[in-house]
Design a protein around this ligand. Structure first.
Ligand SMILES: [Zn+2]
Length: 72
């Protein structure tokens, strides 16, 4: 999977990351269930990826966050 780090969402804390992703729903209207978190390093900057799956249709979603304001 190719990640576009320039499109990462800015977050100022881990709690904010979860707050942002909680607002998202699947395009089918289903709730998203958290699968896992991945810490990424790209060109000396840090990113957090949260992976979710829809409980209704199993579609997967990844949310990429720029965490340099509070990490590293
Ligand atoms: Zn769905």
């Amino acid at each position: 999977m190719v990640r576009d780090f320039s499109n990462a969402l800015k977050a100022s804390s881990v709690a904010e990351e979860y707050e942002i992703t909680r607002k998202h729903k699947c395009e089918c209207g289903g709730q998203l269930k958290f699968i896992h978190q991945l810490l990424l390093n790209n060109e000396d900057r840090y990113y957090d990826e949260l992976q979710y799956v829809c409980v209704e249709c199993n579609k997967q979603y990844e949310f990429l966050f720029d965490i340099n304001s509070f990490f590293g």
